[in-house]
Write a protein that binds this ligand. Structure first.
Ligand code: BG6
Length: 484
C-alpha cells in the first residue's frame, strides 16, 4: 500500500481513535492472561498530595502482588466484556481506523510459554473481525506499557537479550494468526518511555545497583533490535502489512533566544529524535554514541545486529502529540507537568487541568519537523484532551475537548495542505473513556463516549455519548472540511 501526497486530505485518510489493552480491557486474570506491569499500578488519591510510584523495585513488586487495593488497570473500562458494544459505537462514530494493543500476557501469560494461549488469540481475532465488519482498519501495537510480569521477575526485563527472542516469538504468533486482516502494526508504544520510565517502558525493575543505568540503555537497544527483527518477520509473514514506530512527541522550544536555552532545546530535541533516527534511518547518532561513552556505557549489540537494525527500518512513523515542551538553562524556572516527563512552563500557552500545555501550532511544527527529517508517511497515533467530565441531563457537554481537537485538526490540515506533509492518519486518544496511563485515574477522561465508572470502579459501566461524539462524526463524514 502506498500513500500518495496530494493537495488536501487524501480520500483514504484514516480518521480514528487509539487505546491500549491495559487501560481498556480489564479482566486482568481471565481467559488465561498472566499478570503484567500495568496490573501493579495502584491508585493514588491526588488530594493526599501523594504521587504514584513509577519505578518499582523487585521488593515493591512482591509487596504489590500480595496487597489488596485499588488497581484500576486490572478492571480497565471492561472492554474485554463489552468490545462488541464499543466497536459498534466506533462504527457509528464513523472512524476508519482503530488502534488498540495486544497484551503479550494474554497470548503468552509468562512471556516464555511453549505454546500460545488460544483464548487470548481468539479474543483479539474477534476484536479484529468486529472492526472489519464496521469498516474499521485495525492498527495494532504489540507492546503498550504492559510487559508480562514474569519477564520482569524471571529475566530482568528488556535488559536481557533473551527477551528479544521471546518477544519475537510472540510477534510471529500474532502476525501469522492475523495475517491479511491487519494492515498497520507498530512495535513499542512511545519507545522513548524505555529511558524516561524504564519500569513501564522496558519492564525493568528499579534498583540502586550501579548497573541500573546501563541496564536501561541496554533495554532500549534490545527493543530497537526486536523492532527490526519483527519488522523483517512481518514482511515475510504478511507482506502487504506495514510496520511503524511510535514515539511520544517531546517537541521542545528554547525558553528564550539565549544561546544556552537554544543549545539545551537542541539537545532535548535530538534526544527525542534518537529513537526515530534509529528506527527510520537505521543509525545510532554520533552524539548518542559519545554520550554513552562519556557515561562509561556502550551499545552491546553485535555488528550483525546493528546491520539488521540498519536494514529493517520502518514503513511509516507514528507519534503521540499532546503538548510541546520548553527548555531553559535557568534552573529556577517553574517545572510543569507533562506527558511522560515534566518541563518548564510555557508562558504563552494555556494548560489542561493536569498542567499539560495546549499548543495546536506545535502539532504543525512537529509534523513538519518529522517530515523534513525522515520523508516517510506520518501517522498521528495519539492526540487528545484529558479532562473531568460531568453528566448533565443524561449527557456530557465537552466544549473544551471539541475546541482542543478542532484546533489540532486544523493544524494537521494546514501541515498537509499548505506545507505538503504526508500525514495519512489522525487517531484521537481515546474514543472511549478509560483508565489514565500516567495517573491510573478514571476521572481523567479523553473519550467521545463517557463510561460510567469512577476512580474506585463503582458505576454501571454504561456508555454515554458526549457532545464531542456528534462533532467528530461530522469531521470524519466531511473528511475534515467541517470542523464545526
Ligand atoms: C500516552 C500513552 O503517553 O499518553 C497513553 O501512550 C496515555 O497510554 C496517553 O493514556 C495520555 O496519558 P494519560 O497519563 O493522561 O493517560
Amino acid at each position: 500500500m502506498t500513500h500518495t501526497q496530494s493537495a488536501g486530505l487524501n480520500r483514504k485518510f484514516l480518521w480514528g481513535g487509539a487505546s491500549a489493552a491495559n487501560q481498556m480491557e480489564g479482566a486482568f486474570d481471565e481467559a488465561g492472561k498472566g499478570l503484567t506491569t500495568a496490573d501493579l499500578a495502584v491508585f493514588v488519591d491526588k488530594t493526599t498530595g501523594q504521587k504514584p510510584k513509577k519505578e518499582l523495585s523487585l521488593e515493591d513488586i512482591a509487596e504489590l502482588k500480595a496487597r489488596d487495593g485499588n488497581f484500576p488497570k486490572r478492571r480497565g473500562n471492561d472492554f474485554f466484556h463489552r468490545y462488541e458494544e464499543d466497536i459498534a459505537l466506533l462504527g457509528e462514530l464513523g472512524v476508519t481506523a482503530y488502534r488498540f494493543s495486544i497484551s503479550w500476557a494474554r497470548i503468552f501469560p509468562n512471556g516464555d510459554d511453549a505454546t500460545p494461549n488460544e483464548a487470548g488469540l481468539q479474543f483479539y481475532s474477534e476484536v479484529i473481525d468486529a472492526c472489519r465488519r464496521a469498516n474499521i482498519e485495525p492498527v495494532i501495537t504489540l507492546s503498550h506499557f504492559d510487559t508480562p510480569l514474569a519477564i520482569v521477575e524471571n529475566y530482568g526485563g528488556w535488559s536481557n537479550r533473551k527477551v528479544v527472542d521471546l518477544f519475537r516469538a510472540y510477534a510471529q504468533t500474532v502476525f501469522r494468526r492475523y495475517a491479511g486482516r491487519v494492515a498497520y502494526w507498530m512495535t513499542f508504544n512511545e519507545i522513548n518511555a524505555a529511558l524516561e520510565i524504564p519500569f513501564k517502558g522496558a519492564g525493568l525493575a528499579f534498583s540502586n545497583s550501579p548497573s541500573y543505568e546501563a541496564d536501561t540503555h541496554r533495554g532500549l537497544h534490545h527493543q530497537l533490535l526486536a523492532s527490526a527483527l519483527v519488522t523483517s518477520d512481518l514482511r515475510e509473514i504478511s507482506p502487504d502489512a506495514q510496520m511503524g514506530c511510535m514515539d511520544a512527541s517531546f517537541l521542545t522550544y528554547p525558553y528564550s533566544s539565549d544561546p544556552e536555552d537554544v543549545w539545551l532545546a537542541l539537545n532535548e530535541n535530538r534526544a527525542y529524535y534518537l529513537y526515530t533516527d534509529i528506527q527510520a534511518l537505521g543509525v545510532f547518532p554520533a552524539w548518542y554514541r559519545k554520550d554513552l561513552e562519556r557515561r562509561g556505557l556502550s551499545i552491546e549489540l553485535t555488528e550483525d545486529e546493528l546491520a539488521l537494525i540498519k536494514e529493517h527500518t520502518v514503513d511509516y512513523i507514528s507519534f503521540s502529540y499532546y503538548m510541546s515542551f520548553v527548555a531553559s538553562a535557568d534552573p529556577s524556572r517553574q517545572k510543569g507537568e507533562g506527558n511522560l516527563k515534566g518541563g518548564v512552563d510555557n508562558p504563552y500557552l494555556p494548560q489542561t487541568d493536569w498542567g499539560w500545555s495546549i499548543d495546536p501550532l506545535g502539532l504543525r511544527i512537529a509534523l513538519n519537523d518529522m517530515y523534513d527529517r525522515y520523508r516517510l508517511p506520518l501517522m498521528i497515533s495519539e492526540n487528545g484532551f484529558g479532562a473531568v467530565d460531568k453528566i448533565v441531563d443524561g449527557t456530557v457537554h465537552d466544549p473544551d475537548r471539541i475546541s482542543y481537537l478542532r484546533q489540532h485538526i486544523a493544524a494537521l490540515i494546514a501541515a498537509v495542505e499548505e506545507d505538503g506533509v504526508d500525514c495519512f492518519a489522525y487517531l484521537v486518544w481515546s474514543p472511549i473513556d478509560m483508565i489514565s496511563a500516567g495517573t491510573s485515574e478514571m476521572k481523567k477522561r479523553y473519550g467521545f463516549v463517557y463510561v460510567d465508572f469512577d476512580d474506585t470502579g463503582a458505576g454501571s459501566g454504561a456508555r454515554i455519548k458526549k457532545d464531542s461524539f456528534a462533532w467528530y462524526q461530522k469531521v470524519i463524514a466531511s473528511n475534515g472540511a467541517d470542523l464545526g
